[in-house]
Design a protein around this ligand. Sequence first.
Ligand code: SAH
Length: 295
Amino acid sequence: MTGTDLTTATTSAPAAIPGQATPYQGDIARYWNNEARPVNLRLGDVDGLYHHHYGIGDVDHAALGDADDSAYDKNLVEELHRLESAQAKVLLDHLGPIGRTDTLVDAGCGRGGSMVMAHQRFGCKVEGVTLSAKQADFANQRAGELGIEEHVRARVCNMLSTPFETGRAAASWNNESSMYVDLDDLFAEHSRILGVGGRYVTITGCWNPRYGQPSKWVSQINAHFECNIHSRREYLRAMADNRLVPQAVIDLTPDTLPYWELRATSPLVTGIEEAFINSYKDGSFQYVLIAADRV
Ligand code: SAH
């Protein structure tokens, strides 16, 4: 095949996902297009902030009430949701000072809960990308219902190759979405879109290099979500290689365990709870926040 043939073949192929490069990303798009677990939707229905991530903080047992009480199920859903929103708040706390005229980028935005929270807090513009058309539609519809569609927008796009201008974003983040991509490619793209002095934040599960290799629990989590959990070492190395200098590395593992232990007792279990709890407890897996400066 000549160079010209190759160019023609590449550009004429219809791209279902802008920036899509791999069949794997097609699998992930399908996964999230089909995702409608009650643990995500019922929790989002509490106040209209739809998250696809986990929670942090102490469980409020007084608010939960007694397990025999008829209100317990409803209280449980509200409590799990409160902890998930608390997680997003901690991520936003690490973005640094953000002004109303700034633009933020949510890489792997899901149904957009974190984007809405970011706009409500900073008054700024928030651009999100997801592989799932269903999620992007959901997020945009929700922004429309809130009357913030001028400020909050989700689009279907590969986060490794976004349409955003070079150096224009004040901050960007991955909230539980970095385990679907190569970290060098991911941080190269964040580094491109962030202005110098901008802030990058991720909250993610990562395997602990102190344990040695990914444990059987970590392998189970990978299989369950069709993802590829990286190690803490890989995060720090890929950041260093892409002009992202960690300003804070926070181990949120002790803060997320109460959420998992509560969830494991609930009717909303998905079957993966034991793998999270066991791997957090045996030290093979960690829930971390890393905030880095783009230099
Ligand atoms: N950050 C959201 C959603 C997390 S779920 C939240 O906190 O609620 C993981 C998300 O990563 C999904 O929306 C999925 O579409 C997205 N994702 C995975 N790989 C991606 C890629 N290459 N490009 C864009 N989005 C991706």
